[in-house]
Write a protein that binds this ligand. Structure first.
Ligand code: NAI
Length: 417
């Protein structure tokens, strides 16, 4: 079996962490049990490009239980948990991922995962799909469909579909309510604060934290930072999101103003060069910069490199840039998603729902083989609701049901006051 990982000797440690995560993933466990009886992926080749974490390992086991022949590569050069990768190799999965790999290795690992000639793809950020469509077009004829995990990936895929370049159906797992209402909000909220804390050990209380982007991720981070005692400023380009931030009690202002006030800056926009040269120039000495959006393009790092008169690594994952005049700015995790670079990514409990949607989305593609034309599709509403109900059940929460009278009332229009 071919593989390329950091250190196979870490396998035992990884196994414990995978087991620990599985305790918090009851919904995925139920799906795994059903898959092991029904074998929906019997003999099917799947290539997955995901953050290689203990939660992803549990998704891998669920798919394998369903009969899948699965290969995994990393969806980010810094997000791999080497111990998990080692444990998965020991369990028979070909793995291509090393924490800290350079861009060249990252893409060669995507190529290695594609050598598996997938019939289904799992993506997180759309690098696998875009590589097949640009460099491995010969593989397209075997692909039934794919799933996409994150906001940025869904945006890329929709752009591909609009340009008529997408050649197979993809399920936008991110857009399921049981994904982005929880994973993006609570998962990114907590784990981004965790990542920055582990990288810097700062006290949040009293610090001015500037959050760029008040989408599902940004609002989670803003609320968690506020909860830790930080004074939070939100920067947005969308009037409605900006208004929500203001009415949620945050200060809202252009980033150019916030640049001079912030102690910690966090980007979660999915956009490019949100923090740029002019902002660096206005920042206070000691400002800390972190990104939790999918790609490392949100902070204009090349511009920061050019402005710097000196650079040194002051802590693991903390680079100090000295600018003319002696001001120092600290960039965390090379601008890559800080919750995965410096911490462990989202807690398993929230990935339980995201990966339940992944597993059920892949099953849906197999069941509908040949019926879906190339496009981006939502997770079916019934699947979304089923995942929500199962999660509630696992939390011992019971909810009310509509009475027959209420159902009738909600379906009518005749009755007023
Ligand atoms: P979203 O679309 O809900 O929110 C993005 C927000 O950023 C929008 O409100 C938009 O108006 C705003 N924005 C765009 N350009 C801006 C600019 N120049 N300045 C200020 N605000 C701007 O997206 P979501 O779900 O919050 O995702 C954000 C990013 O985080 C994406 O790249 C996504 O893939 C990634 N993500 C990262 C995770 C992690 O584990 N770190 C988990 C889930 C998503």
């Amino acid at each position: 079996m071919k593989y390329d990982i950091g250190d196979i000797k870490l396998a035992a440690e990884g196994k414990f962490r995978i087991e620990w995560a599985s305790r918090q993933m009851p919904v995925l466990k139920l799906i795994q049990e059903r898959f092991s009886k029904e074998k929906p992926f019997k003999g099917m080749r799947i290539s997955g490009c995901l953050h290689i974490t203990s939660e992803t390992a549990n998704l891998a086991y669920a798919l394998k239980a369903g009969g899948a022949d699965l290969v995994l590569c990393a969806s980010n050069p810094l997000s791999t948990q080497d111990d998990v990768a080692a444990s998965l190799v020991k369990s028979g999965f070909p793995m291509f991922c090393i924490k800290g790999e350079d861009n060249k290795t990252y893409y060669s690992h995507i190529m290695a995962a594609l050598d598996h000639k997938p019939q289904l793809t799992i993506d997180d950020g759309a690098d696998l799909v875009s590589t097949i469509h640009q460099e491995r077009t010969g593989l397209l004829r075997d692909v039934i469909g794919g799933t996409e995990e994150t906001t940025t990936g869904v945006i890329r895929l929709k752009n591909m579909a609009r340009a008529k370049k997408l050649k197979y159906p993809v399920i936008a797992v991110n857009d399921a309510k049981t994904k982005h209402f929880f994973d993006n909000h609570y998962g990114t909220g907590q784990s981004t604060i965790d990542g920055i804390t582990r990288a810097t050990n700062i006290l949040w209380s009293g610090n001015v934290v500037v959050v760029a982007g008040y989408g599902y991720c940004g609002r989670g981070v803003a609320r968690r930072a506020h909860g830790m005692g930080a004074r939070v400023i939100v920067c947005e380009i969308d009037p409605i999101s900006a208004l929500e931030a203001a009415m949620d009690g945050f200060q809202v202002m252009p980033l150019m103003h916030a640049a001079a006030l912030g102690d910690v800056f966090i980007t979660l926009t999915g956009n490019r060069h949100v923090i740029d040269r002019a902002h660096f120039a206005r920042m206070k000495n000691g400002a800390i910069l972190a990104n939790s959006g999918h790609f490392n393009v949100e902070i204009n790092i090349p511009a920061l490199e050019r402005m710097a008169t000196a650079k040194r690594r002051t802590r693991r994952l903390v680079d100090e840039y000295e600018l003319a005049g002696g001001k120092r700015i600290y960039l965390l995790g090379e601008g890559r998603l800080i919750n995965l670079a410096a911490a462990e990514g989202h807690p398993a409990s929230v990935m339980d729902m995201s990966f339940a949607n992944q597993a059920l989305g892949l099953e849906y593609l197999v069941k509908n083989k040949g019926r879906l034309k190339p496009d981006v599709y939502p997770v079916p509403l019934e699947t979304d609701n089923e995942v929500g109900l199962l999660k509630l059940k696992s939390m011992d929460i019971v909810i009310d049901k509509l009475t027959r009278e209420q159902q009738k009332y909600l379906g009518s229009w005749e009755e007023g006051t």
